[in-house]
Every structure is written in structure tokens, then in C-alpha cells.
Design a protein around this ligand. Structure first.
Ligand SMILES: Nc1ncnc2c1ncn2[C@@H]1O[C@H](COP(=O)(O)OP(=O)(O)OP(=O)(O)O)[C@@H](O)[C@H]1O
Length: 357
């Protein structure tokens, strides 16, 4: 599963199926976050391993080892960091890589931590190099060297830090320099959620939001949530609106699919942008191969938007392939849009392998 090419921000604006948090998400997410490992749905292996790490640390009366969480946006990294703090009965400080541009910013945060505190560093791969180097020593020796002055007269003043647990989160574990990666005692890779797990997320959130939903209604929303709890929760809120305005407030399969048709999110979770890219690829270019720039012009979007916003999910769903000759639609793409590939396309222009002809 490759989510390394997902963007941290959704370049196409506030998409209903975008995985990054928008303003409304931030406001309601706090209320929907599971508070302990028992409430955290799915990610069985991660939960089991983390449970052992935390229990062992608690039994020793020690601070938990540093934890690295990697995975696509919206899969629960922030939630898990808060759970780690709660399970350790420790306070938590939340910051992010882009907020730490100078080593001094990091020194200020580290030196104000309390003993045992959890420091959650989101987007750790986006920290500046000098801050990163300071972090190596802080993680290993609970010490930093604060540089005072400049040039030949600069001196390093060592500063002892209380033991703390760093929880780093990244969408791109591959971008972390090995010396940083190696300093985490425990690394957890978060996978996309399966439909049954998303249904449980939806039922749980519906309960907290006091919305009535039946099993098939939840399954309908889960199937369109792109394996991501944040998207599941967002779609649930939009379907709830529809159910309140157009019906009696109860979410059934009919209501869920009618609501999501209004928001142009199809049964597989593709939105207007995704479908536009696929449609152009199939209808204008016979399924490809076609260059990215040409495809972007055809859908009236920036090249980056097509490449970074639409394509990762289409590739993950097995609807589009990036080949050295250009973008190519897979047989599943023709089926999904209910179109038939022209005969010449299935026998001649580079799709031979995909169509097995
Ligand atoms: N395993 C889970 N069980 C129930 N709800 C979950 C789970 N994981 C995530 N959620 C919900 O999804 C929302 C997004 O989760 P969270 O903010 O932790 O994601 P994230 O991986 O930190 O995202 P980002 O990388 O954008 O910061 C939260 O509101 C949370 O309630």
C-alpha cells in the first residue's frame, strides 16, 4: 500500500473526501476522538504492540520509549498520541515540524517540558535540519546544547532535560533521516481501515453525535470513506444534515446514498475531481497512455492537483496506473464508469498487459 505520495494538504481546496483536517473537522474532532486504547478501533497490531510498550513502561515506573507513527492523514496519529499521554497519565504538548524552523524554537519547547510529558511532533519530516540535529541528542541523552553567540566566539551551553516521550508523526517515513528514525524505540505503521472497521467508527461517532443510523446506512458511508476515519466522520456529518432536512433524521442506506449523490461522492469514494480525471482519460484518450500535463489541461486543473490530489487514490484503488509512457486507465476504471474500452485500445497502445490481451 503506497500512501507516500499523498499530499499533506489538499491542493484542491476543502474536498469532502480530502484526508487533511478542515476547520469544521478540527472543531468536532476533539469530541469524536477515542480516549483510550480500548476505544481505538482497528489497527490491531499497532494497538497490541503499543499496549505492551506502555504497560511495561508503567510497570517499571519509567517514561515510555519514543514512538514514531507513520501513515496517511486522518488515520488516527494525533488520536494515538493523546491516548499514549492518557495511558501514561502524562500531560501532552502538541507541535509540528513546520512550526519549528530554528533550533532555538525546539530548545524552548524541550526545556519547558515536565518530567514524563509527551511531546507530539506532527509532520516531523518537515522540521529544519538544525532542529533535527538538536532532537537527536535530546531523544538519546535528554540533553541539548544551546549555542550562545555567533562565529568563533559561539559557545555551547549544555542543558539537562527531564525524561520525556517524543511521539513523532509522519506521512512519509521514508523521508526521515535514518539517525532520526533509529532513535525511536517503537515505530508503528498505520494502515488504511477496512470497511468493517470504518462501520464501527461511524456507529461510534453517530452515538456521540446522537444520530440514529442503521447497519446498512453505516456500511454505505463506510464504503465511500476511502479507508480513512476522518473522511468517514465528515461524510457522516453531511449525511446527518441531509437526513435532518429531507427526512426524519434517521440515516438509512437510501438516505446515505441520496445525500452522498448530492455531494458527488460515488459508491467507491471518488469525487468530482477524481471522476473528471478518469473520464478524461477514458473518453478523450481512449484509456491512455497520456502524459500528465495533457491530462491536466484536459480536466482544467493544475498538473500538481491531478498528480498529488486525484491520482494517489485512483492508483491505490487500482483505477489508474502511472507508466513510463504516461497515465493509463486499468480495466477496473472502464467498469467503474460503465464504459466499454474501444477494441483498438485493448490490443494496441500499451494497455496490452493491463487487459491481458
Ligand atoms: N481508530 C480510530 N477509531 C475511532 N476514531 C478514529 C480512529 N482513528 C481516527 N479516528 C477519528 O478520525 C479523526 C482524525 O484522526 P486524527 O486527527 O488522529 O488523524 P491524524 O492521523 O492525526 O491526521 P493528520 O495526519 O491529518 O494529523 C479523529 O476525529 C478521530 O476521532
Amino acid at each position: 500500500m503506497n500512501w507516500d505520495d499523498t499530499t499533506d494538504t489538499d491542493a484542491a481546496g476543502d474536498r469532502l473526501v480530502g484526508a487533511s483536517a478542515d476547520g469544521e473537522d478540527q472543531a468536532v474532532e476533539a469530541a469524536l476522538r477515542p480516549k483510550d486504547l480500548g476505544e481505538f478501533i482497528g489497527q490491531e497490531k499497532v494497538r497490541e504492540q503499543l499496549d505492551l510498550v506502555l504497560r511495561a513502561a508503567r510497570a517499571r515506573g519509567a517514561t515510555a520509549d519514543h514512538v514514531l507513527l507513520s501513515g496517511a492523514p486522518g488515520l488516527g496519529k494525533t488520536t494515538l498520541s493523546m491516548i499514549i499521554a492518557a495511558e501514561m497519565e502524562a500531560p501532552i504538548r502538541i507541535t509540528s515540524g513546520p512550526a519549528i524552523q530554528h533550533a532555538g524554537d525546539l530548545a524552548a519547547i524541550l526545556s519547558s517540558l515536565q518530567e514524563g510529558e509527551v511531546l507530539f511532533l506532527d509532520e516531523i519530516h518537515r522540521m529544519s535540519r538544525p532542529a533535527e540535529e538538536m532532537l537527536y541528542m535530546a531523544m538519546e541523552d535528554f540533553r541539548v546544547d544551546v549555542i550562545v553567540g555567533k562565529g568563533p566566539g559561539a559557545t555551547a551551553i549544555p542543558l539537562e532535560l527531564p525524561p520525556f516521550t517524543l511521539v513523532g508523526a509522519t506521512t512519509r517515513a521514508g523521508l526521515l533521516p535514518p539517525p532520526l528514525r533509529d532513535r525511536f524505540g517503537f515505530t508503528a505503521h498505520m494502515e488504511f481501515y477496512g470497511p468493517a472497521e470504518l462501520e464501527r467508527v461511524i456507529h461510534r461517532s453517530a452515538g456521540l453525535l446522537d444520530v440514529e443510523i442503521d447497519t446498512v446506512g453505516a456500511a454505505e458511508i463506510a464504503g465511500r470513506s476511502r479507508g480513512t476515519p476522518r473522511i468517514a466522520n465528515r461524510l457522516l456529518r453531511r449525511v446527518r444534515d441531509y437526513a435532518q432536512v429531507k427526512a426524519d433524521g434517521r440515516i438509512t442506506q437510501e438516505i446515505a446514498s441520496a445525500a452522498l449523490a448530492v455531494y458527488e461522492v460515488d459508491e467507491r469514494g471518488l469525487d468530482r475531481l477524481d471522476r473528471g480525471v478518469l473520464e478524461a482519460l477514458l473518453k478523450l484518450f481512449g484509456g491512455g497512455p497520456v502524459g500528465l500535463s495533457t491530462l491536466a489541461v484536459a480536466v482544467g486543473e493544475e498538473r500538481e492537483t491531478v498528480e498529488e490530489v486525484a491520482e494517489p487514490f485512483l492508483v491505490r484503488e487500482g483505477l489508474l496506473a502511472r507508466t513510463p509512457r504516461g497515465r493509463v486507465a486499468t480495466p477496473a476504471a472502464w467498469v467503474h464508469l460503465g464504459l466499454t474500452p474501444p477494441r483498438s485500445q485493448s490490443s494496441g497502445n500499451g494497455q496490452r498487459d493491463l487487459f491481458g490481451t
